[in-house]
Structure formats: C-alpha cells, structure tokens
Write a protein that binds this ligand. Sequence first.
Ligand code: C2E
Ligand code: MG
Ligand code: MG
Length: 696
Amino acid sequence: MPFAPSPCTLTPDLTVKQAIAAMQKAGVGFALVVEQQQLLGTISDRQILSLAASEQNWQDCLVADVLAQQMPSLPGSELSQAIEQPSLAVETYLNQELKSALETIELLETQLRNQEQNLEQSQSRLDGILSSIEDVVWAMIPGTWQLLYLNSATQKVFGRTIADFLQQLSLWQDMVHPDDRGLVEQAFESLYRSAREDIEYRIIWPNQEVRWVSSRIYLIKDEQGNPIRIDGITTDITARRQIQEALVYSALHDGLTGLANRNLLSDRLQQSCRRIRRQPNKLLAVLFLDLDRFKLINDSLGHQIGDQILITVAQRLQTCQRMGDTIARLGGDEFVLLLEDLESPEIALRVATRIHEALKAPIQIDGHEIVISTSIGIAFGTAQSCGDDTVANLLRDADTAMYRAKAIGQGKHEVFDHSMHTEALKQLETETDLRRLLTEAETAKGVSSELRVYYQPILALETLEIEGFEALVRWQHPQKGLIAPDEFIPIAEETGLIVRLDQWVVATAYRQLDLWQQQFPNLGPLSMSVNLSGKHFESPGLVAFFDQMLQDTKLAPSCLKLEITETAVIKNPEAAATTLEQLQRRGIQICLDDFGTGYASLSYLQAFPFHILKVDRSFIHKLGANQQDNTAITRAIVKLGNTLGLGIVAEGIEEWAQVEHLKSLDCSHGQGYLFSHPMSSGDATNFLVNAQEPAT
Ligand code: C2E
Ligand code: MG
Ligand code: MG
C-alpha cells in the first residue's frame, strides 16, 4: 500500500520512543522495523532521532517504505547506511533489481529460443514420421469435415490426394461404400458420447476398387469440455480382410467343388426352418443325393478322376437350382439341395427329375466316358413340422429316403415317410444288438446266446456222397425267431461289424469241422466252406487270422474253402490277387461264389488263383424248364470252369431233374434244398450219421 503522508509534528527534543511513535502515527512503514532494530541494538538512538528529526522530504518516507520491505533482511550496517542515505540505497537496490530482472529476461529469452529450436526439430521429426507411416493420420474440425491435418499416406490408403480432400469436403463421406455409410455416420455420432470409436468399413477408390479400412477416431475437447478437434488414424486392412474372408469362406465351403459345406448348410437350414414357421402355406424340401456306384468308379479309375466327376456333378446340379436354393456337398459323393419357399411338393419332385436328367449325359474325363446317376431322398419341412431339432431330423429323413431310393434301383428318388424312419430305427437296433452279441461271443470263447452257424451239405452229384458243408450264419432272435443273413449282413457290412461276424463264423465252423472229422473218419476228409464279405476280404490281418485258425484247429488247409464274390475282387484287383495268392500258398481253397451275377471279366478267372466256381442258383433254378438260354449259359459256365481245371458247385438244386441236367453238363458238385436246407450243427451231425449208415 503506497504511503500517504499525514501531518506529524517533529521537534529536536523528541525522545526515541516519541520519535518512533511519531513515525508510526505518520504512517511511516518502516517505523516498526526501526523499533525492532532498536530493540536488537543495531541502530543508535541518535540515528533514530536524526531520522525522525531530519527535515526530509516525506517522499523519502515512501522510498523508505519500499526499503522497509527489504530491511528485515539487511545487515545492521547497511540498514543504518540506508537510513542515512535512503535515496542512494533505493537506487542501488533498484539497479540490482533491474540487473537481475534483465538477467532473468535474457535467460528466459535464451530458454525460449532453445525451446523454439527444439519445437521446430520435433515438429520436423513428427512430420517425417507422419509422412513415412503407411496409415492416414488426420485431424478435422468437428461437425464441418474441415481438415486441419492430413498426411501423405492419403494417396496410398484412399487413392486420393490431400488436395482432393481439401477441395471436396464431402469426399470423406462420398468415398465410403454405400452399404457402410450408416455405420460410419453412427460412429461419428457416438464419438460425442464415447470420445473414441473404432470402425472397419469399405471405401471405393476412384478406379471403383473396393478396399477395407479401419479408423480409430478420437474426440478432443478443450478445458471447458467443448469439442475442438477430431483426430483419427485410418489403416488399409484390405489384405487382412481378404485373408479373413478366405478363412470364413473355406470354413463354410467345400474345397473341391466350391459348394456350401455341412456347416453352411446347417446354418441355412436353421434359418429356413425359422422362416417357414411364419409361412403356413409354404414348404421347404431337403434333397439328399448319393451318387450310384461312385465308390466303384473311384476305386477303379482313381481318385483324381473321382474328383473330376464330383466337380462336374456339382456344376450340373447348379444348373438345376432355382434362385435362393442352397447346394451343399457333405463329403464323399453326398450332396444336398435345400429348396425354400415351395408352393407344393411337386416342385421338389420336378427338381429331382431335372437332376436325374442333368446327370444323364456321359462325363468325359481323360479319354474315359463315365455314366453317372444318383439316388435322391426327399424330406419336407412345414410350419407345423419345423421345430428346434428339425435341421438334424430333416437331413436324417432325407438320407433315409435316399437309402430307400437306392434300394429300388439306380437313378431314382423317394420321398420320406415315417415308415422309413421306423425302418431306420430297426436297423439301428439290429446294429446295437449285433455289436452286443459279438462282444458277448468273443468274451465267452465263441459261445453265443443268439448267433448260430447253420450247415448246408455239398454233395458229389454222381455219387451223392457228402463232400463237405457251407457254413451259413443265422440269428436266433428271442422275439423274432430265426433271422436269415440277408436281414443283418448288409447292416454288419455297413457298420464294419462284418469282420468280427465272419471271424466268429469261421472259428465256429472250423471247430465243428474238427469235431466231425474226428467223429466220422470213414466219410473221408470233409471240407468246410465259409463266406467272406468283400469288406472282410479287404481288411488287413486276414491272412494272419487264417494262419491262427490253422494253428488252433490242426485242420488240413485243403479242407478249408473260402467263398468270395466277384465284387470283392474287382474293387481292388491287385490287392485281391496278393491276398488270394497268400491264402492259396497255405493250401486254402478259394471259391468264386454266385458266379455269373457280378460284373467280373472272364479273364479274372485265369488271373486269380480260384479253385472252385459256384454257379449262382438263378441259373440252376431255371435249368431245363424250356429255358434254352439259361441252359446254354450254365453249359458255358460249366465248360469254362472245367476247361480251366476248376471244380464246379451248382447252388440251389431243388429238383432231381436239375441234378440230371447238371450231370449231363459235366457239373461235379451241388447243394440245395433237394438234399438239405441249411441245418443246425445237431441236425447236420444226424445228417452225417445217416450218411455213413449203409442204405438198407
Ligand atoms: P450264398 O453264399 O450264396 O449262400 C447260399 C444261399 O442259398 C443260402 O442262403 C442258402 O440258404 C440258399 N440256398 C441253398 N440252397 C437253396 C435252394 O435250393 N433254394 C434256394 N432258394 N436257396 C437255397 P442264406 O443262408 O440265406 O444266405 C444268403 C447269403 O448270405 C449267402 O449266399 C451269403 O452270401 C451270405 N451269408 C450267409 N452266411 C454268411 C456269413 O457267415 N458271412 C458272410 N459274409 N455272408 C454270409
Ligand atoms: Mg456262399
Ligand atoms: Mg452263393
């Protein structure tokens, strides 16, 4: 507070106390200091009195007042000096102050210059960094799209120059893909709440190329919280997106044909089921396709040609599809068509017919002309039938119907009905029971509570002597009675249980033969024929299994006969030849069963080490009954077998006339209901007992 002079009477005979009081009264600021200094003894009374009494310009008191601010820190001598010559003290003080202020200014200026230099350096470093990075760094004024900054990556990422953006403020929005504009606008709106947004969207380059970018956007506010800037970094993510899309595509599509795969089909089916629930007058249809004889083609012509066929089939199926239909490949030779929005079931049937037609034209691959057909199962879904678990059910039902179509013949289609489902369940039950029975037999030294081996004698037609037996499996079911092999062997083959089943039959039959040979030594060395399924014949360990059998039973290998069909051999002729030779080397006899019904080339008869031809009963059945053609075929087969030095067994002899006829054709052996139906081991033993008793 500046000192304001006030009247104060000063006389020469003042006491020190009075002088100080007078000074205080006059408002002289340093009076208090003087008093303190006096108490400390650093100022003499004389000095105080002269100070008080001196005829000073009161203006000095003002200066002195300033001095008072400093005085507490002044040493006593300087204080008295200052009191005596206040103007000089003030001047000195001010000079010092000025000097130090100038020094401070100079220092600050130097610091400022350094800082400016540093700033410039960092600015150019920053510019260098920003122009060298591959991402677009930008800043704009909120709400206006007016640019504050944009780095040179703009050209690389947006395909446009910085000038383009400066000239056309709306370019930011215009270049965004129309489908993603909503997304981008929404992100800019949300930014005012969230302060940071991350978005991925498509932009269109001037050359119309669509590219993916990701932008990280920040809203910058001032101290009052008002938005002042939007900063962003935009990165080109096209390559990453393409990889992602390729991954998603391959997760949902079949690699070979490019069709939808099981995952995508399930997804589409699910959506379709959901939609149909809201459309009571519409239907959806699942067409389950399985190519006929594809495995045979694949095995004989090789997988590369197999793949080509699948690709061609996929292409032809696409020509049968309507807009919005889904075609999927489930794997192997299985395809599925999902038809939606059907007004009536007939449309699905028409599509099935179109598919059969489309596949009819032969496929030309590498000089091969391949004719392919497909069996199709159709299942329908309606608003009433489509529930949560319908997807799996629809596929299952269409698959079941496809099996039914296959059973009818090649190139057919069938619509699923619930009796098929019952049938499928029955098959599943059979599989489960069979598995249980085999496990039980394997753990009980071959004894089974329900599985049986029946034996049908094979006789020399000339002498009617029993040469041996064919072992035929039966299932003595507690509820269903005696089940014939046709009812469960196909299921055993499909499920792979056939290997265990055949092995059980072989072991049981050989044990039985062992017993009979001991029991009936005078009947000569009886033989035992067992049937081997194609699946079993292909399985590894087959030869080792027979080695073990020979070791366990001590039977002469020549008494053991294996019956295989033509289809088992033609699937993989090289492997079949190797296996047959190994078995033959052990002395085991090989019979070609059901001869004449398969597709084997006659040259196979010579190429493979067969010992016996079994003429299928379809030829024997019609023998002689004014069936010239059949007789001719049978005669040719028998002649061929005899010429090649093979034994001949005629199957299914039911009449004596057939025996006579066969004898006239030079057929040596036969079996059939005429001599005996297949019998249980007990009945077959009695049969042998009767056979060894001389006829009375
Ligand atoms: P297959 O090997 O050709 O067996 C001959 C079939 O003809 C037997 O039928 C037999 O009962 C029947 N049969 C015999 N004589 C006559 C006759 O005079 N008239 C008629 N109509 N039929 C006669 P089954 O036992 O029903 O066997 C059918 C097929 O099942 C067999 O044909 C064979 O391929 C297969 N099979 C039977 N047992 C086994 C087995 O243990 N393993 C394998 N893998 N297949 C077996
Ligand atoms: Mg047989
Ligand atoms: Mg047969």
